[in-house]
Structures are given as structure tokens and as C-alpha cells.
Design a protein around this ligand. Structure first.
Ligand code: ATP
Length: 235
């Protein structure tokens, strides 16, 4: 469904991605594991058209995404929830959520239905919908960021480090919601340093080091892999 083939990316003369090939099939939850600076965000930013690949191909269904504008990629159904949430802190929770609906702005009825679904997924946001997003806790802000991405009606959702900076109990809640979104039919690519929690909900995962894929496998093979456990799980 979403396929990267031999994708490369340069920041000036720095080669951030070098021949990255990976895929996510319809309905899968695929995790990208890697330390700080491995290239996880670069993969997402290239897929969502923020950066342009220097080489290779990114296909979603049969559409080539390389060369498309970021807004067109969202319209095609590939939506990124960025690292660090990137909310507008002074704006209300509701307004932040509705920014995600911009690509469907003519479909008022559809957006209302979708908003109801997003608020059902995150009941706490219903209570806080008129509060400034910046007044919410870290976990609640992460929920707004995911909710905003869901308002774009993704077929494939790219989640970049959603657990960053959150307390363990909140991480658990965020991962439960991600699993729920996936089970309801959205394909998910999840970039995480929190390897154990991410692998537990994954179907498959890729390990990225220095802009390369160094390992690929299903959840159990990676959870049981000695090198992965040592490097990313600390066991
Ligand atoms: P993190 O979790 O820290 O975001 P990551 O795996 O997502 O890590 P990337 O953000 O993709 O890694 O970064 C990959 C490499 O590219 C790193 O060495 C990083 O310093 C470098 N890099 C990222 N963005 C830029 C940029 N705009 N200009 C130059 N180098 C960059």
C-alpha cells in the first residue's frame, strides 16, 4: 500500500537517508525503531512531501508521492503527526483539531461526523475543547496532535515519536489509542525510541541506523532478537 524504494535524502552534503526501502500493507501497524538521529523523522518528512527525496520512489497505492506537494499527499490519504506535536498553544483545542480538517473544508457534514469520532476516541478533549491547547498536559496535547491528524482522514498515518516526554502511564494510554486507530482500519507507521511499548502493538518493524534499514522482522522476532533487546530495549 505504502512503499518506499531505495529512497535517499540529503541535507546539503549530509546524506540523511541512503537507499531506504520499506513498506506498510493495508491495515498494518509498522514500527520504525532507531536511536536519535537515525533517520526516522527524515523518512516521514520525505514521505509527506516536506522534504524532497534525492532519489528513489515512494508509492501510495499506485500513486508516486515524490514530487507531489505536501497538501496533495494529505489529500491522497498519507498524513503525518509530527514529532513535538507542533500545536498552536494559544488556540483552542477545537480550533487545533479543525486545522486537520482543512483539506476537507467543503465537507462540513463529514467534518462534523469525523470530529464526533475523534472526540469519542479522546473523551478528555470533549471536556477541554474550548481551552487553549497550551494549557493541557503533555499527554493531552499529544492526543490533540493525533486527533488533528485524524481530522485529515488518513488512510496511512505517520506518527513521529508520540511517546516523547510522556510519563509511563500516559505512554500506555497513547499506545492503546494508536492500536485502536489501527484496528479501526487505518494503516499506521510509528517511529519510536520507546522500542518495547511500540513493538508490543506492532505487526512488523524496521530498525534504522545511520540512514539505512539494518533489520526487519515481525513483532516477535524483533522482541526476541538479542541485538535489538540490547540496543533498544535494555534487556
Ligand atoms: P530524532 O528522534 O532525534 O528526530 P531521527 O531518527 O528522527 O531522530 P532525523 O531527525 O531523521 O533522525 O535525523 C537524521 C540525521 O539528519 C541526523 O543526523 C540529523 O542531525 C540530521 N538532520 C535532520 N534534519 C536536518 C536538517 N534540517 N539539516 C541538516 N541535518 C539534519
Amino acid at each position: 500500500m505504502l512503499t518506499l524504494e531505495n529512497v535517499s535524502l540529503k541535507y546539503g552534503s549530509f546524506q540523511a537517508l541512503d537507499g531506504v526501502s520499506l513498506n506498510a500493507k493495508e491495515g498494518e501497524l509498522v514500527v520504525l525503531l532507531g536511536a536519535n538521529g537515525a533517520g526516522k523523522s527524515s523518512i516521514f518528512l520525505t514521505t509527506s512531501g516536506i522534504h524532497r527525496a534525492a532519489g528513489g520512489s515512494i508509492r501510495f497505492h499506485n500513486q508516486e508521492l515524490v514530487g507531489m506537494r505536501a497538501a496533495q499527499i494529505v489529500e491522497a490519504g498519507v498524513v503525518q503527526c509530527p514529532e513535538g506535536r507542533k500545536l498552536f498553544p494559544q488556540m483552542s483545542v477545537l480550533k487545533n483539531l479543525m486545522l486537520g480538517a482543512y483539506v476537507h473544508r467543503r465537507d462540513t457534514a463529514g467534518n462534523k461526523k469525523r470530529l464526533d469520532e475523534v472526540l469519542a476516541l479522546f473523551p478528555i478533549l470533549e471536556q477541554k475543547k474550548d481551552d487553549p491547547a497550551g494549557s493541557l498536559s503533555g499527554g493531552q496535547q499529544q492526543m490533540v496532535a493525533i486527533g488533528r491528524a485524524m481530522m485529515s482522514r488518513p488512510k496511512a498515518l505517520l506518527l513521529d515519536e508520540p511517546s516523547l516526554g510522556l510519563a509511563p502511564l500516559v505512554v500506555k494510554q497513547v499506545f492503546e489509542v494508536i492500536q485502536q486507530i489501527n484496528r479501526a482500519g487505518t494503516t499506521v507507521l510509528l517511529a519510536e525510541q520507546n522500542a518495547f511499548a511500540a513493538l508490543k502493538i506492532a505487526h512488523r518493524a524496521y530498525v534504522i541506523e545511520g540512514g539505512h534499514i539494518v533489520m526487519e522482522g515481525d513483532r516477535d522476532s524483533l522482541l526476541n532478537n538479542e541485538a535489538v533487546r540490547r540496543a533498544y530495549i535494555g534487556a
